[in-house]
Design a binder for this molecule. Structure first.
Ligand code: ZN
Length: 609
Protein backbone atom coordinates (compact mmCIF):
# COMPACT_ATOMS: atom_id res chain seq x y z
CA UNK A 1 0.00 0.00 0.00
CA UNK A 2 1.39 3.37 -0.99
CA UNK A 3 2.12 5.69 1.87
CA UNK A 4 -0.13 8.72 1.85
CA UNK A 5 1.56 12.05 2.20
CA UNK A 6 -0.17 14.42 4.58
CA UNK A 7 -2.55 16.91 3.03
CA UNK A 8 -1.81 20.62 3.60
CA UNK A 9 -4.75 20.70 5.95
CA UNK A 10 -3.28 17.90 8.08
CA UNK A 11 0.04 19.73 8.32
CA UNK A 12 -1.70 22.89 9.46
CA UNK A 13 -3.57 20.93 12.11
CA UNK A 14 -0.33 19.39 13.38
CA UNK A 15 1.35 22.77 13.59
CA UNK A 16 -1.69 24.16 15.38
CA UNK A 17 -1.51 21.29 17.90
CA UNK A 18 2.15 21.97 18.44
CA UNK A 19 1.55 25.67 19.07
CA UNK A 20 -1.32 24.90 21.41
CA UNK A 21 0.88 22.49 23.35
CA UNK A 22 3.63 25.07 23.74
CA UNK A 23 1.07 27.36 25.38
CA UNK A 24 0.08 24.67 27.91
CA UNK A 25 2.03 23.72 30.99
CA UNK A 26 3.25 20.13 31.00
CA UNK A 27 0.27 18.43 32.58
CA UNK A 28 0.85 15.01 31.07
CA UNK A 29 4.05 13.22 30.26
CA UNK A 30 5.23 9.92 28.89
CA UNK A 31 7.83 7.45 30.16
CA UNK A 32 9.65 5.37 27.57
CA UNK A 33 12.94 3.55 27.03
CA UNK A 34 14.05 2.02 23.72
CA UNK A 35 14.55 -1.19 25.67
CA UNK A 36 10.76 -1.47 26.03
CA UNK A 37 10.67 -2.40 22.37
CA UNK A 38 13.70 -4.67 22.36
CA UNK A 39 12.22 -7.59 24.28
CA UNK A 40 12.74 -10.91 22.59
CA UNK A 41 9.75 -11.95 20.53
CA UNK A 42 8.41 -14.90 22.46
CA UNK A 43 4.82 -15.26 21.39
CA UNK A 44 3.24 -14.11 18.15
CA UNK A 45 0.43 -12.45 20.10
CA UNK A 46 2.76 -10.14 22.03
CA UNK A 47 3.60 -7.03 20.02
CA UNK A 48 7.05 -5.95 21.21
CA UNK A 49 6.75 -2.76 19.14
CA UNK A 50 3.66 -1.54 20.98
CA UNK A 51 5.40 1.15 23.03
CA UNK A 52 7.50 2.36 20.13
CA UNK A 53 4.47 2.61 17.87
CA UNK A 54 2.60 4.70 20.41
CA UNK A 55 5.53 7.06 20.89
CA UNK A 56 6.18 7.21 17.13
CA UNK A 57 2.58 8.24 16.58
CA UNK A 58 2.71 10.92 19.28
CA UNK A 59 5.92 12.32 17.77
CA UNK A 60 4.59 12.25 14.20
CA UNK A 61 1.43 14.06 15.26
CA UNK A 62 3.43 16.62 17.23
CA UNK A 63 1.49 15.71 20.32
CA UNK A 64 4.58 15.47 22.44
CA UNK A 65 7.74 17.44 22.92
CA UNK A 66 11.09 15.97 23.81
CA UNK A 67 11.09 17.31 27.36
CA UNK A 68 7.84 15.47 27.99
CA UNK A 69 9.35 12.03 27.38
CA UNK A 70 11.17 10.66 30.40
CA UNK A 71 13.67 7.81 30.36
CA UNK A 72 13.56 5.35 33.23
CA UNK A 73 16.28 3.27 34.84
CA UNK A 74 15.73 -0.36 35.64
CA UNK A 75 14.29 -0.90 39.11
CA UNK A 76 17.01 -1.45 41.67
CA UNK A 77 17.72 -4.90 43.05
CA UNK A 78 17.32 -3.79 46.66
CA UNK A 79 13.80 -2.54 45.93
CA UNK A 80 12.94 -5.83 44.24
CA UNK A 81 14.17 -7.53 47.40
CA UNK A 82 11.99 -5.32 49.61
CA UNK A 83 8.84 -6.17 47.68
CA UNK A 84 9.32 -9.72 46.36
CA UNK A 85 10.48 -12.73 48.35
CA UNK A 86 14.13 -13.82 48.16
CA UNK A 87 13.12 -17.31 47.10
CA UNK A 88 11.09 -15.92 44.18
CA UNK A 89 13.99 -13.71 43.03
CA UNK A 90 16.25 -16.76 43.31
CA UNK A 91 13.90 -18.84 41.22
CA UNK A 92 14.28 -16.40 38.32
CA UNK A 93 17.90 -17.50 37.93
CA UNK A 94 16.49 -20.83 36.78
CA UNK A 95 15.13 -21.30 33.34
CA UNK A 96 12.00 -23.15 34.40
CA UNK A 97 10.63 -20.21 36.39
CA UNK A 98 10.64 -17.82 33.44
CA UNK A 99 9.30 -20.53 31.19
CA UNK A 100 6.38 -21.11 33.56
CA UNK A 101 5.54 -17.39 33.64
CA UNK A 102 5.65 -17.05 29.87
CA UNK A 103 4.39 -20.43 28.84
CA UNK A 104 7.20 -20.85 26.31
CA UNK A 105 10.79 -22.00 26.79
CA UNK A 106 13.05 -19.03 27.45
CA UNK A 107 16.65 -19.91 26.96
CA UNK A 108 20.06 -18.38 26.57
CA UNK A 109 20.57 -14.64 26.43
CA UNK A 110 16.82 -14.08 26.22
CA UNK A 111 16.50 -14.72 29.97
CA UNK A 112 18.65 -11.74 30.91
CA UNK A 113 17.10 -9.62 28.15
CA UNK A 114 13.62 -10.37 29.36
CA UNK A 115 14.41 -9.66 33.00
CA UNK A 116 16.09 -6.40 32.01
CA UNK A 117 13.10 -5.30 29.92
CA UNK A 118 10.77 -6.02 32.83
CA UNK A 119 13.03 -4.20 35.28
CA UNK A 120 13.12 -1.22 32.93
CA UNK A 121 9.35 -1.11 32.58
CA UNK A 122 8.92 -1.45 36.35
CA UNK A 123 11.53 1.31 36.71
CA UNK A 124 9.32 3.30 34.33
CA UNK A 125 6.37 2.94 36.68
CA UNK A 126 8.56 4.12 39.57
CA UNK A 127 9.73 7.14 37.58
CA UNK A 128 6.15 7.90 36.54
CA UNK A 129 5.01 7.68 40.18
CA UNK A 130 7.79 9.97 41.36
CA UNK A 131 7.05 12.56 38.67
CA UNK A 132 3.30 12.42 39.23
CA UNK A 133 3.79 12.83 42.97
CA UNK A 134 6.16 15.78 42.64
CA UNK A 135 4.24 17.70 40.00
CA UNK A 136 0.63 16.56 40.36
CA UNK A 137 0.84 15.33 36.81
CA UNK A 138 -0.66 12.57 34.73
CA UNK A 139 2.21 10.33 33.64
CA UNK A 140 1.78 7.54 31.11
CA UNK A 141 4.33 4.72 31.25
CA UNK A 142 4.43 2.93 27.89
CA UNK A 143 4.86 -0.37 29.72
CA UNK A 144 4.10 -1.89 33.10
CA UNK A 145 0.85 -2.96 34.69
CA UNK A 146 2.24 -6.37 35.68
CA UNK A 147 -0.71 -7.16 37.89
CA UNK A 148 -0.38 -10.95 38.02
CA UNK A 149 2.99 -10.81 39.80
CA UNK A 150 2.56 -11.90 43.43
CA UNK A 151 5.07 -11.33 46.25
CA UNK A 152 6.34 -14.88 45.87
CA UNK A 153 5.64 -15.75 42.24
CA UNK A 154 5.26 -14.40 38.77
CA UNK A 155 2.45 -15.37 36.40
CA UNK A 156 0.83 -14.48 33.09
CA UNK A 157 3.75 -12.56 31.49
CA UNK A 158 4.29 -10.60 34.74
CA UNK A 159 7.65 -10.84 36.54
CA UNK A 160 7.72 -7.92 38.96
CA UNK A 161 4.66 -6.12 40.29
CA UNK A 162 5.48 -2.57 39.27
CA UNK A 163 2.51 -1.06 41.11
CA UNK A 164 3.57 -2.72 44.39
CA UNK A 165 7.14 -1.49 43.80
CA UNK A 166 5.88 2.04 43.13
CA UNK A 167 3.67 2.02 46.23
CA UNK A 168 6.77 1.05 48.23
CA UNK A 169 8.54 4.09 46.75
CA UNK A 170 5.61 6.44 47.38
CA UNK A 171 5.31 5.41 51.01
CA UNK A 172 9.08 5.74 51.39
CA UNK A 173 8.73 9.29 50.08
CA UNK A 174 6.16 10.04 52.73
CA UNK A 175 2.92 9.81 50.76
CA UNK A 176 0.04 9.55 53.19
CA UNK A 177 -3.59 8.71 52.54
CA UNK A 178 -5.31 6.17 50.35
CA UNK A 179 -3.89 4.83 47.13
CA UNK A 180 -6.30 3.54 44.48
CA UNK A 181 -5.37 1.04 41.78
CA UNK A 182 -7.95 1.06 38.96
CA UNK A 183 -7.33 -2.10 36.95
CA UNK A 184 -9.41 -2.40 33.76
CA UNK A 185 -7.28 -5.01 32.05
CA UNK A 186 -9.41 -7.91 30.86
CA UNK A 187 -7.89 -10.13 33.53
CA UNK A 188 -8.19 -10.08 37.29
CA UNK A 189 -5.51 -8.04 39.09
CA UNK A 190 -4.88 -10.92 41.48
CA UNK A 191 -1.20 -10.22 42.14
CA UNK A 192 -1.70 -6.60 43.15
CA UNK A 193 -4.64 -7.57 45.34
CA UNK A 194 -2.50 -10.20 47.08
CA UNK A 195 0.20 -7.61 47.80
CA UNK A 196 -2.22 -5.32 49.61
CA UNK A 197 -4.55 -7.90 51.12
CA UNK A 198 -3.73 -6.67 54.63
CA UNK A 199 -3.30 -3.00 53.82
CA UNK A 200 -6.63 -1.14 53.80
CA UNK A 201 -4.90 2.06 52.62
CA UNK A 202 -4.34 0.57 49.16
CA UNK A 203 -7.61 -0.18 47.39
CA UNK A 204 -7.43 -2.47 44.37
CA UNK A 205 -10.34 -1.98 42.00
CA UNK A 206 -10.63 -4.52 39.20
CA UNK A 207 -13.30 -5.18 36.57
CA UNK A 208 -12.39 -8.34 34.67
CA UNK A 209 -13.70 -11.46 33.02
CA UNK A 210 -13.09 -14.07 35.74
CA UNK A 211 -11.79 -14.06 39.29
CA UNK A 212 -8.40 -15.70 39.37
CA UNK A 213 -8.54 -16.53 43.07
CA UNK A 214 -10.81 -15.93 46.00
CA UNK A 215 -8.36 -13.84 48.04
CA UNK A 216 -10.23 -10.86 49.31
CA UNK A 217 -8.32 -7.86 50.46
CA UNK A 218 -9.28 -5.39 53.18
CA UNK A 219 -9.64 -2.71 50.55
CA UNK A 220 -10.70 -4.14 47.23
CA UNK A 221 -13.44 -4.06 44.64
CA UNK A 222 -13.57 -7.09 42.38
CA UNK A 223 -16.17 -7.33 39.62
CA UNK A 224 -16.21 -10.38 37.35
CA UNK A 225 -18.37 -9.88 34.25
CA UNK A 226 -17.67 -13.19 32.46
CA UNK A 227 -17.07 -13.83 28.76
CA UNK A 228 -18.25 -12.03 25.61
CA UNK A 229 -19.09 -8.84 27.47
CA UNK A 230 -20.51 -6.03 25.34
CA UNK A 231 -19.60 -2.41 25.79
CA UNK A 232 -22.88 -1.27 27.35
CA UNK A 233 -22.60 -3.86 30.10
CA UNK A 234 -18.99 -2.97 30.77
CA UNK A 235 -19.41 0.81 30.75
CA UNK A 236 -22.49 0.53 32.97
CA UNK A 237 -20.54 -1.57 35.49
CA UNK A 238 -17.75 1.00 35.47
CA UNK A 239 -20.16 3.92 35.89
CA UNK A 240 -21.93 2.22 38.74
CA UNK A 241 -18.86 1.29 40.75
CA UNK A 242 -15.98 3.70 40.16
CA UNK A 243 -17.40 7.21 40.80
CA UNK A 244 -18.86 6.32 44.23
CA UNK A 245 -15.59 4.62 45.19
CA UNK A 246 -13.59 7.71 44.22
CA UNK A 247 -15.91 9.86 46.34
CA UNK A 248 -15.70 7.54 49.31
CA UNK A 249 -11.98 6.81 49.17
CA UNK A 250 -10.69 10.29 48.27
CA UNK A 251 -7.33 8.81 47.23
CA UNK A 252 -4.12 10.81 47.33
CA UNK A 253 -2.67 8.85 44.42
CA UNK A 254 -4.15 6.76 41.59
CA UNK A 255 -2.72 4.08 39.33
CA UNK A 256 -4.71 3.15 36.25
CA UNK A 257 -3.89 -0.10 34.44
CA UNK A 258 -5.45 0.62 31.05
CA UNK A 259 -5.14 -2.90 29.62
CA UNK A 260 -6.38 -3.21 26.06
CA UNK A 261 -7.08 -6.94 25.96
CA UNK A 262 -10.77 -6.16 26.48
CA UNK A 263 -10.98 -4.67 22.96
CA UNK A 264 -13.07 -6.54 20.37
CA UNK A 265 -10.10 -7.42 18.15
CA UNK A 266 -7.75 -8.63 20.86
CA UNK A 267 -6.02 -11.91 20.01
CA UNK A 268 -6.38 -13.44 23.47
CA UNK A 269 -9.55 -11.83 24.82
CA UNK A 270 -13.21 -12.38 23.87
CA UNK A 271 -14.86 -9.16 25.00
CA UNK A 272 -16.56 -6.93 22.45
CA UNK A 273 -15.48 -3.41 23.31
CA UNK A 274 -15.24 -1.05 20.32
CA UNK A 275 -12.54 1.59 19.91
CA UNK A 276 -15.07 4.22 20.97
CA UNK A 277 -15.92 2.26 24.11
CA UNK A 278 -12.24 1.81 24.97
CA UNK A 279 -11.74 5.57 24.72
CA UNK A 280 -14.91 6.25 26.71
CA UNK A 281 -13.57 3.91 29.41
CA UNK A 282 -10.22 5.70 29.59
CA UNK A 283 -11.85 9.13 29.62
CA UNK A 284 -14.24 8.07 32.37
CA UNK A 285 -11.35 7.01 34.60
CA UNK A 286 -9.14 10.01 33.88
CA UNK A 287 -11.96 12.55 34.14
CA UNK A 288 -13.26 10.88 37.28
CA UNK A 289 -9.85 11.09 38.95
CA UNK A 290 -9.10 14.64 37.85
CA UNK A 291 -12.68 15.69 38.62
CA UNK A 292 -11.99 14.83 42.23
CA UNK A 293 -8.94 17.07 42.26
CA UNK A 294 -7.26 18.54 39.17
CA UNK A 295 -3.83 18.00 40.78
CA UNK A 296 -4.42 14.42 41.91
CA UNK A 297 -1.35 12.43 40.74
CA UNK A 298 -2.29 9.76 38.21
CA UNK A 299 -0.03 7.10 36.68
CA UNK A 300 -1.35 5.22 33.65
CA UNK A 301 0.11 1.83 32.71
CA UNK A 302 -0.32 -0.27 29.58
CA UNK A 303 -1.28 -3.65 31.03
CA UNK A 304 -2.27 -6.43 28.62
CA UNK A 305 -3.19 -6.17 24.97
CA UNK A 306 -2.40 -8.72 22.30
CA UNK A 307 -2.13 -8.38 18.56
CA UNK A 308 -0.70 -5.86 16.11
CA UNK A 309 -3.52 -3.32 16.56
CA UNK A 310 -3.36 -3.08 20.34
CA UNK A 311 -1.14 0.01 20.43
CA UNK A 312 -3.79 2.11 18.70
CA UNK A 313 -6.13 2.10 21.72
CA UNK A 314 -3.47 3.57 23.95
CA UNK A 315 -2.34 5.95 21.20
CA UNK A 316 -5.89 7.28 20.84
CA UNK A 317 -6.22 7.81 24.59
CA UNK A 318 -2.78 9.46 24.74
CA UNK A 319 -3.71 11.81 21.88
CA UNK A 320 -6.81 12.88 23.78
CA UNK A 321 -4.77 13.34 26.96
CA UNK A 322 -1.87 15.23 25.41
CA UNK A 323 -3.84 17.46 23.06
CA UNK A 324 -6.10 18.62 25.81
CA UNK A 325 -9.29 17.05 24.54
CA UNK A 326 -8.92 16.28 20.85
CA UNK A 327 -8.67 12.67 19.70
CA UNK A 328 -6.35 11.93 16.81
CA UNK A 329 -7.02 8.74 14.88
CA UNK A 330 -3.80 6.71 14.67
CA UNK A 331 -4.90 4.41 11.86
CA UNK A 332 -3.21 6.32 9.01
CA UNK A 333 0.27 6.45 10.44
CA UNK A 334 2.73 4.09 8.84
CA UNK A 335 4.81 2.93 11.74
CA UNK A 336 6.77 -0.15 10.89
CA UNK A 337 9.17 1.52 8.51
CA UNK A 338 12.77 2.47 8.88
CA UNK A 339 11.85 6.07 8.08
CA UNK A 340 9.68 6.04 11.14
CA UNK A 341 12.52 4.79 13.28
CA UNK A 342 14.80 7.45 11.87
CA UNK A 343 12.31 10.15 12.80
CA UNK A 344 11.98 8.71 16.25
CA UNK A 345 15.75 8.52 16.54
CA UNK A 346 16.08 12.17 15.59
CA UNK A 347 13.42 13.10 18.08
CA UNK A 348 15.00 11.16 20.88
CA UNK A 349 18.56 12.05 19.99
CA UNK A 350 18.42 15.81 19.53
CA UNK A 351 19.71 16.92 22.89
CA UNK A 352 20.60 20.54 23.29
CA UNK A 353 24.31 20.70 22.65
CA UNK A 354 26.62 21.35 25.55
CA UNK A 355 23.89 21.06 28.11
CA UNK A 356 23.36 18.15 30.37
CA UNK A 357 19.85 16.83 30.01
CA UNK A 358 17.59 17.19 33.01
CA UNK A 359 17.58 14.16 35.21
CA UNK A 360 15.28 11.58 33.72
CA UNK A 361 15.04 13.39 30.38
CA UNK A 362 16.02 11.59 27.21
CA UNK A 363 19.60 12.10 26.17
CA UNK A 364 20.32 9.15 23.92
CA UNK A 365 19.58 7.90 20.48
CA UNK A 366 18.54 4.51 19.27
CA UNK A 367 21.27 2.18 18.22
CA UNK A 368 21.20 -0.71 15.83
CA UNK A 369 20.57 -2.99 18.77
CA UNK A 370 17.22 -1.34 19.30
CA UNK A 371 15.95 -2.28 15.87
CA UNK A 372 13.96 -5.46 15.68
CA UNK A 373 15.57 -8.42 14.02
CA UNK A 374 19.03 -7.53 15.24
CA UNK A 375 19.88 -10.78 16.93
CA UNK A 376 23.33 -12.26 17.02
CA UNK A 377 24.27 -15.38 18.87
CA UNK A 378 26.70 -14.43 21.57
CA UNK A 379 27.81 -15.79 24.91
CA UNK A 380 25.41 -14.69 27.60
CA UNK A 381 26.61 -16.35 30.80
CA UNK A 382 29.72 -15.35 32.70
CA UNK A 383 32.02 -18.38 32.96
CA UNK A 384 29.25 -20.33 31.27
CA UNK A 385 27.16 -20.18 34.43
CA UNK A 386 26.05 -16.77 35.67
CA UNK A 387 23.47 -14.44 34.19
CA UNK A 388 23.77 -10.71 34.75
CA UNK A 389 20.63 -10.80 36.91
CA UNK A 390 22.11 -13.58 39.04
CA UNK A 391 25.35 -11.68 39.64
CA UNK A 392 23.52 -8.51 40.57
CA UNK A 393 21.32 -10.43 43.00
CA UNK A 394 24.42 -12.00 44.63
CA UNK A 395 26.31 -8.71 44.82
CA UNK A 396 23.29 -6.93 46.31
CA UNK A 397 22.80 -9.65 48.93
CA UNK A 398 26.47 -9.41 49.79
CA UNK A 399 25.80 -5.80 50.79
CA UNK A 400 28.23 -4.45 48.25
CA UNK A 401 25.78 -2.25 46.35
CA UNK A 402 24.34 -0.85 49.54
CA UNK A 403 27.81 -0.01 50.86
CA UNK A 404 28.48 1.92 47.67
CA UNK A 405 25.10 3.67 47.77
CA UNK A 406 25.91 4.92 51.24
CA UNK A 407 29.02 6.49 49.76
CA UNK A 408 26.94 8.42 47.23
CA UNK A 409 26.89 6.03 44.30
CA UNK A 410 23.16 5.81 43.82
CA UNK A 411 22.85 4.93 40.15
CA UNK A 412 24.82 1.72 39.97
CA UNK A 413 24.60 -0.64 37.07
CA UNK A 414 26.28 -3.94 36.30
CA UNK A 415 27.40 -4.64 32.79
CA UNK A 416 28.86 -7.62 30.91
CA UNK A 417 31.29 -7.86 28.04
CA UNK A 418 31.60 -11.55 27.37
CA UNK A 419 33.10 -11.28 23.89
CA UNK A 420 36.28 -9.48 24.91
CA UNK A 421 39.09 -11.68 23.56
CA UNK A 422 41.27 -11.08 26.63
CA UNK A 423 38.67 -12.36 29.06
CA UNK A 424 35.06 -12.08 30.13
CA UNK A 425 34.52 -8.70 31.69
CA UNK A 426 32.11 -7.51 34.38
CA UNK A 427 31.86 -3.83 35.16
CA UNK A 428 30.16 -1.93 37.90
CA UNK A 429 29.25 1.48 36.53
CA UNK A 430 27.74 4.60 38.05
CA UNK A 431 25.42 7.19 36.54
CA UNK A 432 24.87 8.51 33.04
CA UNK A 433 28.59 9.06 32.53
CA UNK A 434 29.17 5.39 33.26
CA UNK A 435 31.99 6.00 35.69
CA UNK A 436 33.83 2.71 36.20
CA UNK A 437 33.98 1.65 39.84
CA UNK A 438 34.94 -1.97 39.34
CA UNK A 439 36.23 -3.75 36.29
CA UNK A 440 36.95 -7.43 36.55
CA UNK A 441 38.17 -9.64 33.73
CA UNK A 442 38.16 -13.40 34.16
CA UNK A 443 39.20 -16.54 32.33
CA UNK A 444 39.55 -20.16 33.22
CA UNK A 445 43.14 -21.38 33.19
CA UNK A 446 44.30 -24.97 32.68
CA UNK A 447 47.94 -24.14 31.90
CA UNK A 448 49.38 -22.53 35.02
CA UNK A 449 49.15 -25.58 37.22
CA UNK A 450 49.21 -29.17 35.98
CA UNK A 451 45.98 -31.07 36.52
CA UNK A 452 44.17 -28.04 37.91
CA UNK A 453 41.59 -25.68 36.51
CA UNK A 454 41.94 -22.23 37.97
CA UNK A 455 39.93 -19.06 37.81
CA UNK A 456 42.29 -16.50 36.41
CA UNK A 457 41.86 -12.83 37.31
CA UNK A 458 43.22 -11.14 34.21
CA UNK A 459 42.45 -7.66 35.41
CA UNK A 460 40.91 -6.13 38.47
CA UNK A 461 40.33 -2.41 38.80
CA UNK A 462 38.64 -1.03 41.91
CA UNK A 463 38.54 2.73 42.07
CA UNK A 464 36.64 5.74 43.29
CA UNK A 465 36.56 7.95 40.19
CA UNK A 466 35.21 10.91 42.17
CA UNK A 467 38.29 11.26 44.37
CA UNK A 468 41.66 12.56 43.26
CA UNK A 469 45.02 12.03 44.84
CA UNK A 470 46.75 14.79 46.74
CA UNK A 471 50.26 15.23 48.06
CA UNK A 472 49.36 13.45 51.31
CA UNK A 473 47.73 10.57 49.45
CA UNK A 474 49.81 10.00 46.34
CA UNK A 475 48.76 7.37 43.79
CA UNK A 476 50.20 3.88 43.89
CA UNK A 477 51.74 2.75 40.60
CA UNK A 478 49.02 1.95 38.06
CA UNK A 479 46.33 3.90 39.90
CA UNK A 480 44.34 6.74 38.40
CA UNK A 481 42.07 7.11 41.40
CA UNK A 482 42.10 5.90 45.00
CA UNK A 483 40.50 2.53 45.67
CA UNK A 484 37.19 1.74 47.29
CA UNK A 485 38.34 -0.76 49.90
CA UNK A 486 36.43 -3.56 48.23
CA UNK A 487 39.25 -5.96 47.42
CA UNK A 488 38.39 -8.41 50.18
CA UNK A 489 34.70 -8.44 49.25
CA UNK A 490 35.43 -9.09 45.62
CA UNK A 491 37.94 -11.83 46.38
CA UNK A 492 35.36 -13.40 48.72
CA UNK A 493 32.78 -13.41 45.92
CA UNK A 494 35.30 -15.01 43.58
CA UNK A 495 36.07 -17.70 46.17
CA UNK A 496 32.33 -18.48 46.33
CA UNK A 497 32.16 -18.60 42.53
CA UNK A 498 35.15 -20.96 42.45
CA UNK A 499 33.48 -23.31 44.91
CA UNK A 500 30.24 -23.17 42.99
CA UNK A 501 31.98 -23.87 39.69
CA UNK A 502 34.11 -26.58 41.32
CA UNK A 503 37.29 -24.89 40.16
CA UNK A 504 40.53 -25.68 41.97
CA UNK A 505 41.57 -22.16 42.86
CA UNK A 506 42.26 -18.60 41.83
CA UNK A 507 45.37 -17.38 40.05
CA UNK A 508 46.49 -13.86 39.25
CA UNK A 509 49.72 -12.07 38.44
CA UNK A 510 50.41 -8.96 40.53
CA UNK A 511 51.52 -6.18 38.17
CA UNK A 512 53.13 -4.21 41.00
CA UNK A 513 54.94 -4.87 44.26
CA UNK A 514 52.18 -3.34 46.40
CA UNK A 515 49.54 -5.66 44.95
CA UNK A 516 51.60 -8.67 46.01
CA UNK A 517 51.90 -7.15 49.50
CA UNK A 518 48.14 -6.55 49.68
CA UNK A 519 47.31 -10.12 48.69
CA UNK A 520 50.16 -12.16 50.21
CA UNK A 521 48.11 -13.09 53.26
CA UNK A 522 45.81 -15.25 51.19
CA UNK A 523 47.72 -15.89 47.95
CA UNK A 524 51.23 -17.30 47.59
CA UNK A 525 53.61 -17.25 44.65
CA UNK A 526 53.42 -20.47 42.71
CA UNK A 527 57.18 -20.59 42.25
CA UNK A 528 59.18 -20.83 45.52
CA UNK A 529 61.97 -18.78 43.91
CA UNK A 530 59.53 -15.92 43.29
CA UNK A 531 58.25 -16.21 46.85
CA UNK A 532 61.83 -16.06 48.21
CA UNK A 533 62.64 -13.01 46.09
CA UNK A 534 59.47 -11.27 47.25
CA UNK A 535 60.30 -12.01 50.91
CA UNK A 536 63.81 -10.57 50.40
CA UNK A 537 62.27 -7.43 48.92
CA UNK A 538 59.89 -7.14 51.84
CA UNK A 539 62.78 -7.50 54.26
CA UNK A 540 64.44 -4.50 52.62
CA UNK A 541 61.28 -2.38 52.29
CA UNK A 542 58.99 -3.73 55.01
CA UNK A 543 59.57 -0.89 57.49
CA UNK A 544 58.37 1.76 55.05
CA UNK A 545 54.85 2.88 54.19
CA UNK A 546 53.52 0.88 51.26
CA UNK A 547 53.19 3.83 48.80
CA UNK A 548 56.81 4.72 49.40
CA UNK A 549 58.04 1.13 49.20
CA UNK A 550 56.26 0.39 45.93
CA UNK A 551 57.50 3.66 44.40
CA UNK A 552 61.08 2.72 45.26
CA UNK A 553 60.60 -0.54 43.34
CA UNK A 554 58.84 1.19 40.45
CA UNK A 555 61.47 3.94 40.11
CA UNK A 556 64.35 1.46 39.97
CA UNK A 557 65.81 2.56 43.27
CA UNK A 558 65.99 -1.01 44.52
CA UNK A 559 69.22 -2.45 43.10
CA UNK A 560 70.84 -5.85 42.90
CA UNK A 561 73.66 -5.72 45.47
CA UNK A 562 76.04 -7.71 43.32
CA UNK A 563 75.79 -5.84 39.99
CA UNK A 564 74.41 -2.51 41.13
CA UNK A 565 71.80 -2.79 38.35
CA UNK A 566 68.26 -1.57 39.16
CA UNK A 567 65.82 -4.36 40.01
CA UNK A 568 62.75 -4.64 37.79
CA UNK A 569 59.51 -6.11 39.10
CA UNK A 570 58.88 -9.27 37.11
CA UNK A 571 55.23 -10.30 37.61
CA UNK A 572 54.85 -13.95 38.62
CA UNK A 573 51.61 -15.86 39.21
CA UNK A 574 50.13 -16.07 42.72
CA UNK A 575 47.69 -18.80 43.66
CA UNK A 576 44.92 -19.35 46.21
CA UNK A 577 43.96 -23.05 46.49
CA UNK A 578 40.21 -23.46 47.00
CA UNK A 579 39.00 -26.87 45.79
CA UNK A 580 39.50 -29.88 48.05
CA UNK A 581 41.87 -31.51 45.61
CA UNK A 582 44.21 -28.54 45.33
CA UNK A 583 44.02 -27.76 49.04
CA UNK A 584 45.03 -31.35 49.79
CA UNK A 585 47.86 -31.14 47.29
CA UNK A 586 49.03 -27.84 48.78
CA UNK A 587 48.99 -29.34 52.31
CA UNK A 588 51.08 -32.28 51.13
CA UNK A 589 53.55 -30.14 49.25
CA UNK A 590 53.73 -27.25 51.69
CA UNK A 591 56.75 -28.56 53.59
CA UNK A 592 58.77 -29.01 50.38
CA UNK A 593 57.61 -25.59 49.15
CA UNK A 594 58.69 -23.89 52.37
CA UNK A 595 62.05 -25.68 52.29
CA UNK A 596 62.53 -24.54 48.69
CA UNK A 597 61.65 -20.96 49.65
CA UNK A 598 64.11 -21.06 52.55
CA UNK A 599 66.83 -22.40 50.30
CA UNK A 600 66.22 -19.66 47.74
CA UNK A 601 66.29 -16.74 50.18
CA UNK A 602 69.23 -14.28 49.69
CA UNK A 603 68.46 -11.60 52.27
CA UNK A 604 71.22 -9.23 51.22
CA UNK A 605 70.67 -9.44 47.47
CA UNK A 606 68.93 -6.04 47.24
CA UNK A 607 70.16 -2.64 48.30
CA UNK A 608 68.64 0.81 48.09
CA UNK A 609 70.43 3.40 46.03
ZN1 ZN B 1 -4.81 -9.09 30.69
Amino acid sequence: MAKRSPSPWQSVRRQWRRLRRIGRSGAARVVYHPRYSSAPTLLPTIDTQRARNILGFLVAEKLIRRGEVLRPRRVRMDRLRRVHTESYLDSLTRREALTAIYGVAITGARRDELITVHRSMAGGTLLAAREALENGDIVLNLGGGFHHAHPDRGAGFCLFNDVALAVDLLRERGLKGNILVVDLDLHDGDGTRAFFADDPSVHTFSIHNHDLDDTRAQGSTSIALGDHVDEDTFLAALEESLPPLLEELRPSFVFYIAGCDSAHDDRLGNWRLSAAAMLARDRRVIEGVRGLDPRLPLVILLGGGYGPGTWRYTARMASWLLSGGETVEPAGVSVATLAHYRRLTRFLGQGRKGRKPKSGALDWSLSEDDLPGHVQPRPHLLLGRYSLYQIELAVDRFGLLNALRQRGFTRLRLDFDLTNPTGQTVRLLEGDDQEVLVELRLNTDVHTLAEATLLRIEWLLIQNPRVSFDSRHPPLPGQQHPGLGLLRDIVSLLVLACQDLQLDGIVFTPAHYHIAVQTERIFHFLDPEAEALFLDLQELLGGRPLPEATRLVEEGRVRWAESGEPFQWDPQPMVLPIGLRLRGRWRREKKDYENAVRAARRPGRFVLG
